[in-house]
Design a protein around this ligand. Structure first.
Ligand code: UD1
Length: 417
């Protein structure tokens, strides 16, 4: 098992191009199933979650090849509609294939995505949205058998603005004759990106980025070429890394407008920020100060995916900050690991009170999940001494070349096989 060895205290400096967004590329790859032809996706990050998605596409009969930072998918020969259990278990977001297969083939057989490190993650909203469009879904011993004999567009109300349920409903609705209006939709930038791809393929979808999305479905889609947006959570991770280690970095290829809530926190903590249309520069000369309560919320609120990395940066700063995690039940698993590095964090249900200790110290720690693992790297960049971060498989699900990128910014980090 490999691990990162990180010696903290080296200020970061330099410029970095942020890779494409994991949470955009996964639904867009599934959306390629709707196109009986070749699609080219640029800025497609090389992540283990992306490889797993390409494996599913190939298994379904598609051609799916990486060419540098692009991925070419040809779903002309799509011939299967079952995603086997082991691939569903590998990645929860594979539930998105339900809507895509239903739209293209009118049938899909999947398995429940299984347990998750963030606590229970139900898919009831995904299923009720698809049922509302006319899909018949049988649930038997973990298997989901969906038939879309009488699919028809209509109004769907989501009781929670679930990102995945919004995407699943958008894809299924593209295959339904008539108009679907999705009320209470998630407003995340990745939903706008999915809409961008679908529009490029000729779909009539509008409203993404607001809570009402309208889809005129039933028309066949055509081959498209599309560039995936920059990864706002990877960007937040590098910014928090520079805030923990101090220094001055510039990120390109990411829109600051997608990170407003995170940038406001870093600014309040003492960082100086400059932004342009597709760039963010951060300067941090002293330990972060405690800030007003950070409450995770659906977009445009503070993203749950950036909670752990910001907490790591503040834990090694000065002053207290209250975090409230409102999206997932079990998203503080990094806290015990941060405590091994000297962090003072008190947990009470959804709340975490972080009292900055001035400086964390190195320790042997273990990634518990994707963003929790990234948080340990952020903490280590500012810590005194050397930290070993293990269970890198979590981190590699969502970060391309994290160690190489941080080394280029001056960090002392290497992967020990
Ligand atoms: C997506 C992101 C994930 C991010 C999350 C919230 C991808 C691949 N993943 O996950 O990184 O942390 O959005 O921004 O894009 N819920 C239900 N029933 C459902 C679906 C969701 O109760 O059928 C609840 C969840 O338990 C959670 C909340 O809704 O409490 C939000 O989850 P959701 O937005 O669906 O997250 P994901 O799409 O799984």
């Amino acid at each position: 098992m490999s691990y990162y060895e990180i010696t903290g205290g080296r200020p970061l400096s330099g410029s970095l191009a942020v890779h494409g967004a994991k949470n955009s590329v996964l639904p867009i790859l599934a959306a390629c199933l709707l196109v009986p032809g070749q699609c080219v996706l640029h800025n497609c990050p090389n992540l283990s979650d992306v490889s797993a998605t390409l494996d599913i596409l190939r298994l379904l009969g598609c051609r799916a090849d990486r060419e540098g930072d692009a991925v070419v998918v040809d779903a002309s020969a799509l011939s299967r509609w079952e995603v086997p259990e082991h691939l569903m278990r590998e990645m929860r977001s594979s539930v998105i294939f339900l809507g895509a297969l239903l739209a293209r083939l009118g049938t899909a057989e999947l398995f429940y995505p299984g347990g998750c490190e963030l606590g229970p993650r139900p898919i009831d909203l995904h299923l009720s949205a698809l049922r509302a469009l006319g899909a018949e879904i049988l649930e038997e011993q973990g298997a989901l058998v969906c038939r879309g004999g009488q699919l028809r567009g209509r109004e769907i109300c989501l009781s929670i603005p679930s990102v995945g349920a919004t995407e699943n409903a958008m894809l299924a609705a593209c295959g339904c004759p008539g108009q679907t209006t999705l009320v209470g939709a998630a407003r995340e930038p990745e939903i706008i990106d999915l809409q961008g791809f679908l529009q490029a393929a000729g779909a009539r979808v509008t409203g993404a980025g607001t809570s009402t999305i309208v889809i005129e479905g039933g028309a066949p889609l055509r081959p498209a070429e599309y560039r995936v947006m920059g990864d706002r959570i990877a960007a937040a991770t590098y910014l928090c890394g520079a805030a923990a280690a101090t220094g001055e970095i510039e990120l390109t290829g990411v829109s600051p407008a997608t990170l407003t809530a995170v940038l406001a926190c870093l600014e309040e903590g003492g960082c100086v920020l400059h932004t342009g249309p597709d760039r963010i520069a951060l300067r941090c000369g002293a330990p972060l100060r405690g800030i007003s309560p950070v409450r995770t919320a659906p977009y445009p609120g503070f993203p749950t995916d950036a909670q752990a990395v910001l907490m790591a940066a503040l834990a090694g700063g000065e002053g207290a900050t209250l975090f409230v995690e409102n999206i997932f039940d079990s998203r503080y698993r990094h806290v015990d690991e941060l405590r091994r590095m000297g962090a003072d964090i008190q947990l009470a249900g959804r709340a975490a009170m972080v009292s900055g200790v001035g400086r964390l110290h190195g320790a042997a720690v273990c990634s518990t999940d994707l963003r929790g693992g990234a948080a340990l790297v952020v903490a280590a960049l500012g810590a005194e001494g050397t930290t070993q971060v293990s269970e890198l498989r979590h981190i590699k699900r969502g970060y391309q070349a994290l160690d190489k990128n941080l080394r280029a910014l001056g960090a002392e980090i290497r992967e020990i096989p």
